[in-house]
Each structure stands twice: as structure tokens, then as C-alpha cells.
Design a protein around this ligand. Structure first.
Ligand code: NAD
Length: 324
């Protein structure tokens, strides 16, 4: 049994990760600004605190901790990250957290640290063709992410690598590609495309129209939460110190994503394309390296994952509508 600290434990991926680590028999301490939104945390201890505060990090990152999973970040979907309005906060808040965590992990000689980076670090120039984006790990440089969120992630990847080179901090880094699933935010303004579209379809009547940002030909891949947690744990258990993609290679257009959700809901829905923040035109995970290095491959198809996510969001919408 390890003593594990999950930072960002009140968030979507963090709360699922806490549950898995608990099921695997570990003692888990979660830290976050907020409690998980949709169900109680399964952590042994949950601390509501601000990781931008160095004293908080010093207090909880001690030599009693075996592993840290660092998922805390100021983040959201395209509506949050690409509007330009949150740029300073996104960079400043997340960089402060990573500066504090890396420093304290070195001081406390924590055995292993996981850091969650993002597909948003990949250069925009490689993601202009929706049918042929390049997101191989080795394509990250010369760096040119399309958001300040991506720049902070690439800075922090380098920060943890520097900690590893200069202070022997044992670090694992994954670049997540659009993680989705039940208990992910769906109406906070920070939701991502799958949750936003599930909500719009769930709230629509038969033959209604829903709005899509852009012309809907932009492509993405989406990874179901259970596969993401499998990937994180496989990476942490491995000796691999290279940065790896953790994503799905099942790329679809946003129009197709909306159609799949509508078809699952058995609703005939029309799409109305409006202006909105869309990010790069194409993005897909490239899994050759992750498969070769740690043997991880996603198991849940997009159709299956969307069905499970839609069911959950549909029930959330029903509760919201009941409560007026
Ligand atoms: P999330 O927003 O649900 O979780 C992040 C958590 O960090 C939130 O609960 C938030 O309250 C917490 N947090 C923010 N600032 C904090 C602070 N100062 N002190 C303490 N806690 C703080 O996001 P998520 O989807 O669970 O993502 C987890 C990690 O994975 C993030 O680092 C994110 O950048 C990364 N990531 C996620 C995706 C995705 O598709 N969900 C894709 C790429 C990378």
C-alpha cells in the first residue's frame, strides 16, 4: 500500500483516479480548491486548499508521500481556453502550482511524480489539415501551441524534466487528448465538446436544431475516462521517462460527433453552424510510441463511451429540468 497524493482530486480526471487508486488498495490524500461536483470523494483524506500557496504544498508534500499525481490546473474547454479572457489566469495559476509542486517534491524526495500535460502543446502548423494532423510526441518542437494553456503545459513539462535532470526527481508525463465520460463538467462554461453536445442533444426536442461552433469539419479524437486512468497507471508503473500521448486514434469531425450523439439519443437533430472558438482544425492522438513503450491501448470505442456519457448527462439534465 502506497501513500499517494492526488492534486486536482476534486476535478474530473482526479476524482476518477482517486477511486481507482483506492480500489487498488492505496492510502489516498486528495487536494483541490473544490470538492468533486457530482459525488463524494473516495479519498481517505480530502483537503480543500489552494496549491498556488507554497505553504500548502510544503505542508502536504512531505517525505511520508510515496507518489504524487499532479492534475491540478486552471483549465476548461474551447469556450474557456480560446476566448482570450482567461489567458493570464490559466498561465499564472497553473505555473504557480507546478513551480510549488516540483520544488516541494524535490525537497521531500518523493519517489515518483506524474504530471498531466496536454495535446494542446503541439504546434498549430501541424494541425491545419483536419484529415492529417501530426501529433507525434517528437513533433512538439519547435514549439508553437495555439493557446496560452498549451504554453504553460510545455513550460511545466520542461520544468519537471529539469527537476529530473538536476535533482533526480523521478517523473512521468502524459499528454492527454480530450478526455470525456460520466461526472465530467457539462454546463459550467468549462465543458468540452462531447459533454456540451450531449447536453444540447439531451435538452433538445425531436427535430430541434443545435448550435455547433465553426463549420463542424474540425477533427478531434476523444478518450474515455476509464482508458485514461489505465494509461496513467501503466505509465506510472513503467520505467518510461519519455513524454507519451494518452489519447484515442479514433478521429471524427465535430459534425460526426454530434450525429453520433443524436443517433444514440434516437433524436433527429439539425446542426446550425455559428461562430465560436474552435482551436486547431485537426487533432488526433498518435499512439505508436505509447503502445511500444508501455503496451497501453484504449479499449472503449467512441460509440460505447458516448453512450455511457450521454446516459449520465441525460439524467443530469432531467434532474435540472425537474428542479426548474
Ligand atoms: P478539471 O478542471 O476537472 O480538474 C482540475 C482541478 O484542478 C479542478 O478540480 C480545480 O479545482 C483544481 N485546481 C485548479 N486550481 C487549483 C489550485 N490553485 N489549487 C488546488 N486545486 C486547483 O480538469 P480535468 O479534466 O480533470 O484535467 C486534469 C488535468 O489533466 C489538468 O491538468 C488538465 O490540464 C489535464 N488535461 C485534461 C484534458 C481533458 O480532456 N480533460 C486534456 C488534456 C490535459
Amino acid at each position: 500500500m502506497k501513500r499517494i497524493l492526488v492534486l486536482g482530486a476534486g476535478g474530473f480526471i482526479g476524482s476518477h483516479l482517486v477511486t481507482r487508486l483506492k480500489n487498488n488498495g492505496h492510502y489516498v490524500i486528495g487536494i483541490d480548491l473544490k470538492l468533486p461536483e457530482f459525488s463524494a470523494s473516495t479519498a481517505d483524506e480530502f483537503v480543500q486548499a489552494d496549491l498556488r500557496n507554497p505553504q500548502i504544498c510544503e505542508q502536504y508534500i512531505t517525505d511520508e508521500i510515496d507518489e504524487i499525481y499532479q492534475l491540478a490546473a486552471d483549465m476548461g474547454g474551447a469556450g474557456y481556453l480560446f476566448s482570450g479572457e482567461n489567458d493570464f489566469n490559466v498561465m499564472h495559476n497553473s505555473a504557480l502550482i507546478n513551480l510549488n509542486v516540483s520544488h516541494c517534491a524535490i525537497q521531500a524526495k518523493v519517489e515518483k511524480v506524474f504530471f498531466s500535460s496536454s495535446a494542446c502543446i503541439y504546434p498549430q502548423v501541424n494541425q491545419t489539415d483536419p484529415n492529417n494532423p501530426n501529433c507525434e510526441e517528437s513533433s512538439a518542437y519547435p514549439a508553437d501551441p495555439d493557446s496560452e494553456y498549451g504554453w504553460e503545459k510545455i513550460f511545466s513539462e520542461r520544468l519537471y524534466h529539469a527537476a529530473s535532470r538536476n535533482y533526480d526527481l523521478n517523473v512521468r508525463i502524459a499528454r492527454f487528448h480530450n478526455i470525456y465520460g460520466p461526472e465530467g463538467t457539462w454546463n459550467s462554461g468549462k465543458e468540452k465538446a462531447p459533454a456540451a453536445l450531449c447536453r444540447k442533444v439531451a435538452m433538445a426536442n425531436q427535430e430541434d436544431t443545435i448550435e455547433i461552433w465553426g463549420d463542424g469539419t474540425q477533427t478531434r479524437s476523444f478518450l474515455f475516462i476509464d482508458d485514461c486512468i489505465d494509461g496513467i497507471l501503466a505509465l506510472m508503473e513503467s520505467d518510461c521517462t519519455e513524454v507519451l500521448n494518452i489519447g484515442s486514434e479514433e478521429m471524427v469531425t465535430i459534425n460526426r460527433l454530434a450525429e453520433m450523439i443524436a443517433s444514440h439519443a434516437e433524436k433527429s437533430i439539425a446542426l446550425n453552424h455559428i461562430d465560436g472558438p474552435i482551436g486547431v482544425m485537426g487533432r488526433n492522438s498518435e499512439n505508436s510510441l505509447v503502445t511500444k513503450s508501455i503496451g497501453w491501448i484504449p479499449k472503449v470505442s467512441l460509440a460505447e463511451g458516448l453512450s455511457r456519457t450521454y446516459q449520465w448527462i441525460d439524467s443530469q439534465v432531467a434532474v435540472m429540468e425537474q428542479n426548474g
